[in-house]
Design a protein around this ligand. Structure first.
Ligand code: UDP
Ligand code: MG
Length: 336
């Protein structure tokens, strides 16, 4: 990793990382969102710590974000942190949702690499070790891509279609079949922290940043305990955030419909006026006027909606306040 040039960029590097480069091992942070996982969280922590124990050359921190669990997950997390000084627990005042929980975890993570994973063992800890290898080999972002997943056929089918649809209409290249299981190096994690929009679709944000992103295929396991914390309602909201946050397809559709309606309206107007002028005997009195006014107004309204929509689209992307560009490094050779 190019640690040497990094300090010149003017990005605040935490003191701890600065001094640790020479002697002590590099720190790897795990960001672990927890929502009502009381049944499985202890088992998860054991599996994770067993996995990282096979790679003793790094230091680790485990940042659990308790997303307003109502089932005693917090108590178990407190126990875990008592027995493991590497554990930190960020306790939310209520349920803010998976994407926000990940965001908070990222804000607190100080590692040279940050790994985000679910806490139900659907994202296997051993895969995160492979991510570390890919990172050591030079990847800046490592995305875990599901080769297979053991969810209900309904979830598999909807997810499959959704990712492909989103990709086809999105402005950024969002990889298919990737969730939020990924590794970010320090630079990419810092950059992701600058995205502060409220409706969050983190996989889209990561895709839009750039960097050297690699995919890692894995087989997604079944949940160890409990059931999915993504009911239909949350899933639909996430899906909508993905589309509205990373695609202007719905807006463009309205604009196109506007043009199409106006064109059809003009044809209709020509038709009804022609009928009135040349075949007055087939038209009912008043019909032509009604048709002309109705078609004209309808077309005009659809077109105006499209125009207004495209301004709203611009306002929307302004208020998202995303970074205009993402710099990896600034390279200078005058070391004076
Ligand atoms: N989660 C969360 N807040 C929520 C919903 C889920 O922090 O509002 C966590 C949950 O504890 C798990 C991860 O996000 O670690 C993924 O959730 P889940 O496994 O229920 O989703 P699925 O794998 O079914 O898509
Ligand atoms: Mg899960």
């Amino acid at each position: 990793m190019s640690d040497t040039i990094r300090h010149e960029v003017g990005i605040p590097v935490p003191q701890q990382a600065r001094t640790s480069e020479a002697e002590s091992p590099q720190l790897i942070s795990y960001v672990l969102p927890v929502y009502n996982e009381a049944e499985g969280i202890k088992h998860f922590h054991t599996e994770l710590t067993d996995a990282v124990a096979t790679r003793p050359e790094f230091d680790y921190e485990f940042i659990y974000v308790n997303d307003g669990s109502a089932d005693g997950s917090l108590r178990i997390l407190q126990d875990i942190s008592k027995n493991d000084s590497r554990v930190r627990v960020v306790d939310f005042a209520r349920n803010f949702g998976h994407q926000i929980a990940i965001t908070a975890g990222l804000d607190y993570a100080a590692g040279e690499a940050v790994i985000v994973m679910d806490t139900d063992l659907q994202d296997p800890p051993r895969v995160s070790l492979q991510m570390i290898d890919a990172w050591l080999a030079g990847a800046e972002v490592v995305q875990a891509r599901r080769r297979t997943r053991r969810d209900t056929p309904f979830k598999r089918a909807t997810a499959h279609t959704y990712y492909r649809l989103l990709r086809s209409c999105s402005d950024v290249d969002i990889p298919v079949d990737t969730g939020d299981f990924r590794l970010l190096n320090r630079r990419a994690a810092e950059e992701l922290r600058t995205f502060r929009e409220r409706s969050r679709f983190i996989r889209g944000m990561v895709a839009s940043m750039g960097f050297n992103q690699q995919e890692l295929l894995f087989d997604r396991d079944e949940r160890v305990a409990g059931e999915t914390k993504y009911p239909m309602r949350k899933m639909l909201r996430l899906a909508a955030d993905g589309v509205t946050g990373f695609s202007t397809a719905p807006l463009k559709l309205i604009t196109r419909m506007g043009f199409a309606t106006l064109a059809l309206a003009l044809l209709g107007i020509i038709y009804s006026v022609t009928l009135r002028l040349f075949f007055p005997e087939v038209t009912v009195s008043g019909w032509t006027m009604l048709m002309v006014v109705m078609l004209f107004l309808g077309g005009l309204q659809m077109l105006s909606l499209g125009v207004i929509g495209s301004y709203i689209g611009r306002i929307y992307s302004e208020v998202q306040q995303r970074p205009l560009y993402v710099v990896r490094d600034v390279i200078r050779h005058d070391q004076a």
